[in-house]
Design a protein. Structure first.
Length: 42
């Protein structure tokens, strides 16, 4: 069994990973919308 501290750290890491993933997805969406705008201008 992992200790409470290990479980706490693990939980925090999972949260950090989720935050990073959502940041990346947000940036990807922004890039895609800018890309669409550029395509529309050409």
């Amino acid at each position: 069994m992992p200790s409470e501290l290990e479980m706490e750290e693990n939980y925090q890491l999972k949260i950090d990973v989720q935050i990073e993933i959502s940041k990346i997805e947000k940036v990807q969406k922004e890039v895609e919308s800018e890309h669409q705008e550029l395509k529309g201008k050409i």
